[in-house]
Design a protein around this ligand. Structure first.
Ligand SMILES: [Zn+2]
Length: 246
């Protein structure tokens, strides 16, 4: 998911593994989860929001990790301040599996797809339990974080809505062709395949332009300073990469 370098281990890391895949949670992950979770003064809701963010990002990264495994590449997961990362693990012989562009595209798509599947499972569960979730999410509150749903909705509806919001919405945002989001990787490997000489440069320009548009649209249309900053920064990063490499 969201990027950047692998943070060094700390003694406050939480370590566990899922189906043989090592997971390390950096302490600052909880800080960002808390910040994203605080649309509410209700402590229980904040705790639920942190839990939902944790599970959602973990499932997303597990999607990448299982896709890596499918192609014979082990990986481990890090949850950190900017989200999560599935990092290929070097074999005992120090060699990574050489992945084809199509395999890389598959691996990049596997994260958002895992999230969409989780959202689908939660929706079906919500219908099964008779919640108002489906209506509340799809017809009225999609652009608003579920932690600020009005009070006529029960706690369960809020949890479900938050699950769907995060997995569906973040999944879509993650598919935008902006580095280093998953969609940015998909765009890179697609463009490199169609044009081996200019593909990488074109994908960086696509990242700059899309990032700038989303930053402006996020600010003007949604009033989101967070989106403006995030995508403005990513566009700038891609622009710097263009200057540096070409
Ligand atoms: Zn991802």
């Amino acid at each position: 998911m969201f990027l950047f370098q692998v943070p060094p281990p700390t003694r406050f890391d939480l370590n566990f593994s899922v189906a043989g895949i090592r997971v390390r949670v950096h302490p600052l992950f909880w800080v960002i989860a808390l910040l994203l979770g605080t649309g509410s003064t209700n402590l229980l809701l904040i705790a639920i929001a942190i839990f939902v963010i944790f599970v959602s990002i973990l499932v997303h990264e597990l999607g990448h990790a299982f896709a890596f495994r499918r192609f014979g590449q082990d990986s481990y997961i890090i949850l950190h301040m900017m989200g999560g990362l599935a990092v290929p693990e070097s074999s005992p012989y120090g060699e990574n599996v050489r992945l084809t562009p199509n395999q890389n595209i598959f691996i990049s798509l596997a994260g958002p797809i895992a999230g969409f599947l989780l959202a689908l499972v939660v929706i079906l569960l919500g219908i099964g339990l008779g919640g108002q979730l489906v209506f509340s999410v799809f017809f009225r509150f999609l652009p608003i974080p579920a932690v600020v749903l009005p009070y006529e909705f029960g706690m369960l509806d809020r949890v479900f809505a938050l699950f769907v919001f995060i997995n569906f919405f973040w999944g879509l945002i993650n598919l935008l062709p902006v580095f280093p989001l998953d969609g940015g990787n998909v765009a890179r490997y697609t463009l490199i395949q169609t044009d081996p000489i200019n593909g990488l440069r074109n994908s960086l320009w696509l990242s700059v332009i899309t990032g700038a548009i989303i930053a402006i649209a996020g600010f003007v249309l949604l009033g989101s300073i967070y989106m403006a900053f995030l995508f403005g920064y990513l566009a700038f990063q891609s622009y710097q990469a263009l200057q540096y490499r070409f």
